[in-house]
Ligand binder design. Structure first.
Ligand SMILES: Nc1ncnc2c1ncn2[C@@H]1O[C@H](COP(=O)(O)OP(=O)(O)OP(=O)(O)O)[C@@H](O)[C@H]1O
Length: 233
């Protein structure tokens, strides 16, 4: 079997808001291999987004180990974290965060402008169109978000996440703003990325969507508990 993409062991995180510091994660273990999909369930406020932000290197654990391709990155500095974020991860959120004055194509293209060094225009265009094609909306490339449905906008956002060919997709409630049928299509598109070797971590409240993943875990009392084992477990 391939080495894990992501391996968390004993990860803890306490958040200090305005009130008393609160332990959110008290010992999270999670391993994700290339091509594997994992759904994270958990009640509201259980810490799912906090965990995803640690995995996506927006924040660091207080204690515990985080191996990315076998390298311990639990305590790296922000400069290196930013590089890894753009090289390794694709992010999809409940809100689409599209720029409304730009077309679908231009929105996806922004991810290349921001993330990768200089790419000749023709190459950039080919990558963008390939990403839009992967999510089934190449024919909508010239449309602005206001002319797209919610599901189509989310697919633009997924194309924007995929265009840099991430090794891991992190999706935080990506269907939260969509109806059930449209949500299922978005899950199809995300899951298809795993066939190309991408790891997928999906945070969701929807059991039907969770059950489409290879493995389902639940965040409860600060730790992940298996709900259903998948092929890699
Ligand atoms: N900066 C912060 N300081 C203190 N507490 C915080 C901070 N950010 C989030 N929290 C709290 O940490 C807990 C976990 O939040 P988080 O957003 O990770 O939960 P979640 O499981 O993703 O919830 P939801 O399903 O509602 O999105 C919540 O109780 C939240 O209020």
């Amino acid at each position: 079997m391939n080495a894990p993409l992501v391996q968390l062991s004993g990860v803890t995180k306490t958040l200090k808001g305005q009130g008393e510091p609160r332990s959110i994660l008290s010992g999270v273990d999670l391993t994700v291999h290339p091509g594997e999909s994992v759904a994270i369930l958990g009640r509201s406020g259980s810490g799912k987004s906090t965990l995803l932000s640690l995995i996506g290197l927006f924040d660091r654990p207080d204690t515990g180990q985080y191996l990315l391709h076998g390298n311990d990155i639990a305590r790296i500095r922000e400069r290196r974290a930013a590089k890894l974020r753009s090289a390794e991860f694709g992010f999809v959120f409940q809100r689409f965060f599209l720029l409304k004055h730009l077309t679908a194509m231009q929105n996806v293209s922004m991810a290349l402008v921001n993330g990768q060094g200089w790419l000749p225009r023709r190459k950039r265009r080919a990558k963008v169109m390939a990403a839009l094609d992967l999510v089934g909306i190449a024919h909508l490339a010239k449309h602005r978000p206001s002319r797209l449905s919610g599901g189509e906008q989310q697919r633009v956002a997924i194309a924007r996440a995929l265009v840099r060919e991430p090794r891991i997709l992190l999706a935080d409630e990506p269907t939260g703003a969509l109806d059930t049928e449209t949500g299922a299509l978005v899950i199809d598109v995300l899951h298809a990325a795993t066939h190309r070797g991408c790891g997928l971590i999906l945070v969701t409240h929807d059991h039907a969507h969770a059950n489409r993943m290879g493995r389902v875990v639940r965040l409860t009392d600060g730790a992940l508990v298996p709900e259903r084992q998948g092929v890699f477990s």
